[in-house]
Design a binder for this molecule. Structure first.
Ligand SMILES: Cc1cc2nc3c(=O)[nH]c(=O)nc-3n(C[C@H](O)[C@H](O)[C@H](O)COP(=O)(O)OP(=O)(O)OC[C@H]3O[C@@H](n4cnc5c(N)ncnc54)[C@H](O)[C@@H]3O)c2cc1C
Length: 303
């Protein structure tokens, strides 16, 4: 119930405007968001590197409504890739296609993200393409395939809660496209997504096996110790080494588990968001774990 409420609130425009311009915004979001600008996020990326954690940098924002906003998003990401190149750190970037014009036209979106994929290829980085709500899945995968064929340095995201994902994973494996497997963070109807958590988890485990057996350097994005154990167990059983895959987690979530995996020799990449359009991202994190509200309230009261 609370989960549904937060997912509903994540799309609420007026609340979004109010929260994002609040003078308490920084204190509210500090745990999950690296800061407002590029310097803030690069500081975090360097700090993570010192703790042997990899990073994928996201500039917050989604669903732009004009071509000039889409171009501005691209320019911010070009500067982000420049900063990554300048740091010589093995960071990647993560993007949402609706931030680059997917709601306006596929052509505009492809034009924008091709610039980023070309730049990422030139500096030995990668563009990780987040998966948004189900209405975007077909078009997102089509863009991923196009970019993969031309530049090679992309990763797509598949969501274990969707019924279709087994077929998509087989296709990505056949094309040699690296996948980030997550459970899925949007509100989807039962006709296309498993409503029960147990079924999502079951599908996650089955998909992780498929990706370990036949995928191209898969990434397992989860904080769930049971999913992590299942990945580790299958990898060990089939002779995969920690260099054959990576775990991914969100900045600020389960820091104990992140460090533990690193100490055990696994690669762990953190998804590190920055920017001022943080509201939908933040609300999805609350939907995943409503208890975060108490944690945030405590932070506000302390400050
Ligand atoms: C790197 C990364 C990239 C992602 N990219 C996408 C994407 O492109 N598209 C998409 O739809 N979803 C994406 N997600 C979100 C994902 O789909 C899930 O909503 C989210 O990861 C929670 O699922 P879980 O696997 O951690 O397991 P859950 O079963 O939700 O949680 C397991 C345990 O993890 C901890 N936990 C989980 N979430 C939180 C939280 N918010 N705060 C505190 N603790 C928490 C709790 O201890 C919880 O008991 C991404 C997640 C990660 C880690």
């Amino acid at each position: 119930m609370l989960r549904q409420t937060f997912l509903f609130l994540s799309r609420h425009r007026r609340l979004r405007r109010w929260f994002e311009t609040s003078r308490h915004a920084g204190r509210l979001t500090a745990r999950f968001i690296a800061g407002e600008n590029l310097d803030d996020v690069m500081l975090v990326v360097r700090r993570l590197h010192a703790a042997r954690l990899l990073a994928t940098v996201d500039h917050l924002g989604e669903n732009v409504t004009t071509a000039s906003e889409a171009i501005s998003s691209r320019e911010v990401m070009e500067r982000t890739l420049d900063a990554i190149a300048g740091s010589s750190l093995p960071a990647t970037v993560s993007i949402k296609l609706t931030q680059f014009g997917l709601d306006l036209s596929d052509g505009l979106c492809v034009e924008n993200v091709s610039v980023l994929a070309r730049q990422a290829a030139a500096i030995g980085s990668r563009v990780e393409i987040d998966m948004e709500a189900s209405e975007y899945v077909d078009r997102t995968l089509a863009v991923v395939e196009k970019l993969h064929a031309e530049f090679g340095c992309v990763r797509c995201v598949l969501q274990a809660y969707l019924h279709r994902t087994l077929d998509d994973a087989r296709r990505m494996n056949a094309l040699g496209i690296p996948v980030r497997l997550c459970k899925g963070a949007y509100k989807e109807p039962p006709a296309i997504a498993f409503p029960e958590k147990a079924r999502v988890d079951e599908n996650y485990v089955a998909l992780s096996r498929l990706l370990l057996d036949a995928g191209a350097y898969p990434a397992f994005a989860t904080h769930d110790p049971r999913m992590i154990a299942a990945v580790r167990e299958h990898a060990a059983r089939t002779g995969r080494t920690p260099a054959d895959f990576e775990f991914q987690m969100l900045y600020g979530i389960r820091r104990d588990l992140q460090q533990q995996l690193v100490e055990q020799g696994f690669r762990v990449r953190l998804y590190v968001p920055y920017g001022d359009a943080w509201y939908p991202y933040f609300m999805r994190r609350l939907a995943e774990r409503p208890a975060n509200v108490f944690f945030i309230a405590r932070n506000l009261l302390r400050a």
